[in-house]
Design a protein around this ligand. Structure first.
Ligand SMILES: O=C(O)CCC(=O)C(=O)O
Ligand SMILES: [Fe+2]
Length: 655
């Protein structure tokens, strides 16, 4: 095997040892078999996207030894493959580039040494999936370059010519035509059209779409979104009751990846190129959420099927919709009617409920939520301090990372389902990934310590709570410790009220809370206390009434459809979820807990409402339930359990 040129004997020995180790790791972990005899395909260790190495860098380097070589890269892999036409070209590349150092770059803070190994084939998982969610239509090169230029030149996003609702949302610039989409109520008011309808410049586009049967209606509402690199839009479903089926989005400027997610966990990334039109119909419009992750680059396929990092530029999208004419107050109020939401009876509706009433809420309130999470809880901090130096910690549901850095001897990794919270945590210099407790993508038996604070009470079925505990145990090594906190039914113990109940002492709903600032609401200690906040004015289009419009959807596709009258059409007799009144005792174990978003100035509100309320789903635990849950999972011993300020805690040891 070749070794780097010009190295001392000792260094060469070290290098070859490292190469042998990498070869073994590729075999053990990735099932990639490296060969002694030269082939035309090379696996380049450290030359992958996970090391922030770009396709262009690798391509430029390796084409020196064979012009038509192809580079194959995969997301989240630290290696890539180079395929040459001949064994001779590949051999020359290995001879010249084994041990080659890639210098630091804007994306990459450290130098990277490449290790090259011959393989007989590229890994099976390399080819990216080209499938789209059902009902999604992507029309590439749909308009000409000239027409695209004309459109961009005719739209001025710098002025708030409308009612004040558009302008700079936190994550992008937005402007509406025809009807204003009010993010505070996730709806349009059909009785209150804007002065300016859809501009005429779009007529040829809309007529082409209608004429060719892509859409069966003429849109009357347009939302223009402009994204700078690093900006995105949280995952959402456009309010079903507000807009007809067949949402059209024209993309101009930088290409971007749009993420589509099904409630059952399927995830597809769809690349939206300049001048393309995306049409969401059927399942892709009503069941799958869509969103754009806020980041500065995307991993995209290159023409020769490799993957690379593609930096984002400014992108402007034009979303055309036809309003249904249904008034917001009829179906989409975010008020107490949310109580129409039912406790799920199957996996799909459980996942859907959590997406709506957990994931999307945290995504929306991430900044403010993070602002209320400063100080670690003392007993959790003690638990961390007691871990020996060198321990590997995973914090599932790490939020802004407030439990990191307490014990400087730990190696820490966090995960959160909210990409916005994970972003805040990562921005503080912590290692974090976006992920689901129900499917932890980490190697089994790896971690010494696991924290899971205020997560499991957001699972809406017992089976999912069990699965969550089981996943935590999976990643712990035998003997490893987990600390789990969940919110308790019992908010008063031994005649002492929890801080949550005591908050301002009143048995009140939000009116008295609204006078409190976050600090006074025990923001530092009360993990579960709801806070008021300033509206983010971000889309949260998907309401609990997502499935409320039976006429628009196919029952068989959606699994459950509730009639808008409120009576249940689900199988059995599902339990309606009640909206909990904050600062009061729990009346039920499965509840929706309001999070009040108060608008300080109220200048952006046209509808007279003064607050936006989000509802988070909680299953609050009664005494002993958490221990019982963990024991039912097995593979663990409850080493300790206790009550801590309105929460139940268990410390588990993995057997
Ligand atoms: O930017 C886009 O293409 C999508 C915008 C969007 O989903 C929306 O405004 O609802
Ligand atoms: Fe949308």
């Amino acid at each position: 095997m070749a070794a780097p040129i010009g190295e001392s004997k000792n260094e060469m020995k070290k290098f070859n040892k490292k190469l042998a180790r990498l070869r073994q790791t590729l075999k053990d972990r990735e099932n990639i078999i490296c060969l002694d005899d030269a082939t035309n395909i090379i696996c380049v260790c450290n030359g992958g996207l996970d090391n922030n190495v770009s396709y262009e860098e690798i391509h430029a380097l390796f084409t020196r030894y064979g012009q038509s070589c192809s580079v194959l890269m995969q997301p989240q892999k630290s290696y890539c493959f180079i395929s040459y036409n001949t064994v001779g070209e590949a051999t020359e590349a290995v001879n010249q580039l084994n041990g080659h150092k890639l210098l630091t770059s804007e994306q990459r803070k450290a130098e990277v040494v490449l290790y090259t190994l011959f393989v007989s084939k590229v890994a099976d998982s390399v080819s990216p999936s080209a499938s789209l969610p059902p009902g999604l239509i992507l029309l590439e090169d749909y308009i000409s370059h000239e027409y695209a230029e004309t459109i961009l030149a005719s739209i001025d996003l710098s002025q708030n010519q409308n009612t004040g609702q558009q302008a700079d949302l936190k994550h992008r610039r937005v402007k509406h035509y025809g009807y204003e989409f009010k993010y505070s109520i996730n709806n349009v008011d059909p009785d209150d059209p804007l002065m300016e309808g859809i501009p005429e410049v779009f007529l040829p586009l809309l007529e082409k779409l209608r004429g060719s049967g892509v859409i069966g209606h003429m849109p009357d509402q347009l939302t223009v979104n402009q994204y700078q690199p690093g900006q995105g839009i949280p995952p959402h479903v456009d309010t079903p009751s507000a807009f007809e089926d067949g949402l059209v989005s024209l993309s101009l400027g930088s290409q971007v990846l749009m993420e589509f997610r099904h409630p059952d966990g399927q995830h597809l990334s769809v690349l939206l190129p300049h001048r393309s039109v995306l049409v969401m119909t059927g399942e892709s419009r009503y069941v799958w959420s869509h969103g754009i992750t806020p980041r500065k680059s995307d991993i995209v396929a290159t023409p020769d099927t490799g993957l690379t990092l593609s930096p984002r530029g400014v992108r402007t999208s034009f979303t055309f919709r036809k309003i249904t004419g249904v008034k917001p107050s009829q179906v989409d109020s975010l008020g107490p009617e949310t109580g129409d939401t039912c406790l799920p009876e199957d996996e799909i509706s459980a996942a859907s409920l959590e997406r709506l009433h957990v994931h999307q809420v945290y995504e929306q309130i991430a900044d403010h939520f993070s602002g209320t999470r400063h100080s670690p809880w003392p007993r959790i901090a003690d638990f961390l301090r007691n871990q020996p130096p060198g321990s590997l910690l995973i914090d599932i549901g790490c939020g802004n990372g407030k439990y990191f850095g307490i014990n400087k001897g730990l190696f820490e990794l966090g995960s959160d389902m909210s990409s916005n919270l994970a972003g805040i945590c990562g921005g503080r210099g912590h290692q974090v990934y976006v992920g689901d407790v129900l499917n932890i993508p980490l190697r089994e038996g790896t971690f010494d310590v696991c924290l899971c604070i205020a997560v499991i009470h957001h699972m809406s079925t017992k089976e999912r709570r069990r699965k969550a505990v089981s996943e935590l145990l999976k990643v712990l090594r035998p003997g490893g410790q987990a600390l789990i906190y969940v919110w308790a039914v019992e908010q008063e113990r031994h005649k002492v009220k929890s801080k949550y109940l005591k908050g301002k002492g009143a048995q009140s709903q939000s009116s008295s809370e609204s006078q409190m600032d976050d600090k006074k609401q025990n923001a530092d200690t009360d993990e579960n206390a709801p806070r008021e906040t300033i509206p983010e004015k971000e889309p949260f289009h998907l309401t609990n009434n997502m499935l409320d419009n039976p006429s628009a959807h196919d029952e068989s596709v959606l699994g459950e459809v509730k009639p808008s009258g409120g009576a249940t059409a689900m199988k059995g007799n599902p339990q309606k979820l009640e909206v909990h009144i904050n600062r009061t005792h729990f009346k039920h174990q499965d509840v929706l807990v309001p999070w009040q978003l108060k608008n300080k100035s109220d200048s952006s509100k046209q509808d007279g409402t003064s607050a936006q309320t989000f509802h988070r789903f909680y299953h609050v635990f009664h005494q002993g339930e958490l221990e019982e849950l963990c024991e039912s999972v097995g593979r663990c011993k409850v080493a300790n359990s206790y009550y801590d300020q309105g929460n139940w805690a268990v410390q588990l040891e993995k057997l």
